[in-house]
Design a protein around this ligand. Structure first.
Ligand SMILES: Cc1ncc(COP(=O)(O)O)c(C=O)c1O
Length: 410
């Protein structure tokens, strides 16, 4: 089997079509006859046309399919689709979001190198930079991700990467991506942005000058909570380095079945994010004036400190918000135990709404001091808004926040 017969509609998709059209069509077969869906190819090995093709594939002289860890048609179809959505030259899929994050850093950095990253960041990414990479001699400095001056001050002669996650997990801190990209260019560094929260439907960091986008596709790209996966989007040149190190070498390959499921989810990304963003804004506005809520974090609110930057760099403000309850941890746990329609579960970006208590779950590996510095209070709840009717979600939250007995939703 050869890649040569695969129609390559990536350029066409990027230059002419809107995001939802790309989400449906990019990376999909566009032949006159045959299946409309990308075929689900589960084979771990591929037959060679002849001995010379096999030898040439190992010399890197042709692009024949060889082995599942080197690339498969189903995974490549998804790579083309996500590259088209992010406006990137190329993409490589990984086994999970953490594989994409750890893999990009391990490809770009070695012993003696240094990374600058924001303090407010997904807990496991923080742990990677704080605990795991230092064991390999890769150091990190954590800064206020909303301050480009703080990034600049933290740069050392050994710095290789400026890392961003925006809006950031879980307090939705916003980093100015265009300014960060400029700083990285000026100092000869590589900029990486985790675009999991926003998705390309709401924000496209490569268009703002960022070099590499990483994703947990487990979240809104998949959208249905049934597959773990990651993606790295970059230049074609960097893609080859990431694919060689992360997938071929470290073995963090995305399973074709997961690629198939995620690809199916991505087709409705535009619709889902439009709906979830509108509902999240309505819920954030409702929470902001409700008794018992001390603070609401949502970049779509005018009072959010990152609102002005978010307006500049985002097309919509996304499905995630968090809010701090008066009454701290007890008040937070009470809401978790009383929600009926919203599910108390980790993860985010699903069609169904999910609520978590970061301090005792996703951010529990951080020290109390680090959590405080990242703005994660004991009474903070993170809400991932799904595609249910906003009125029903508000009614569920109202009864969960209320004083009476919990009521069942119809
Ligand atoms: C912003 C962000 N990046 C990366 C990850 C890691 O993704 P995965 O669970 O697919 O490894 C997560 C997981 O919650 C996340 O929230």
């Amino acid at each position: 089997m050869s890649r040569a017969s695969r129609p390559d509609d990536l350029r066409f998709a990027q230059e002419v079509l809107g995001l939802s059209t790309r989400a449906v069509h990019a990376g999909e077969p566009r032949t006159a006859t045959g299946p409309l869906d990308p075929p689900l190819v589960l084979s771990s090995a591929f037959a060679f046309a002849d001995a010379e093709t096999a030898a040439g594939a190992f010399r890197g002289e042709n692009d024949a399919y060889v082995y599942g860890r080197w690339g498969t048609p189903t995974v490549e179809a998804l790579e083309s689709k996500i590259a088209a959505l992010e406006g990137g030259e190329a993409a490589v899929a990984t086994a999970s979001g953490m594989a994409a994050i750890s893999g990009t850093l391990l490809t770009l950095c070695g012993a003696g190198d240094h990374v600058v990253a924001p303090r407010s960041i997904y807990g496991e990414s923080a742990r990677l930079l704080r605990e795991r990479l230092p064991k390999l001699g890769i150091a990190a400095t954590f800064v206020d991700g909303t301050s480009i001056a703080a990034y600049a001050e933290a740069i050392r002669p050994t710095t290789r990467v400026l890392y961003a996650e925006t809006p950031a997990n879980p307090v939705l801190a916003v980093t100015d991506l265009a300014a960060l990209a400029r700083l990285a260019r000026e100092r000869g560094l590589t900029s990486i942005a985790d675009n999991t929260f926003a998705t390309p439907a709401c924000q496209r960091p490569l268009g703002l000058g960022i070099d590499v986008v990483v994703h947990s596709m487990t979240k809104a790209l998949c959208g249905h909570g049934d597959a773990i996966g990651g993606m790295i989007v970059s230049s074609a040149e960097l893609r080859e380095r990431f694919a060689d190190t992360v997938v071929k070498g470290l073995g963090a390959v995305l399973a074709p079945l997961n690629a198939f499921l995620i690809g199916r989810g991505v087709r409705t990304l535009g619709l889902r994010m439009e709906r979830a963003s509108a509902s999240a804004l309505a819920i954030a506005r409702w929470l902001a004036v409700r008794d018992g809520v001390a603070r609401v974090h949502y970049p779509g609110l005018a009072e959010h400190p990152g609102h002005a930057v978010a307006v500049r760099q985002m097309h919509a403000f996304g499905a995630l918000l968090s809010f701090e309850l008066v009454g701290g941890v007890e008040a937070g746990r009470r809401v978790l135990d009383r929600v009926r329609l919203v599910s108390h579960a980790v993860s985010l970006g699903d069609v169904r709404s999910l609520i978590t208590h970061p301090a005792s779950t996703t951010a529990s590996t951080m020290s109390p001091e680090d959590r405080l510095a990242a703005g994660i209070g004991d009474g903070l709840l993170r809400l991932s808004v799904g595609i249910e009717d906003a009125g029903d979600l508000i009614a569920d939250l109202e009864q969960a926040l209320g004083r009476g007995a919990p009521t069942l939703q119809s």
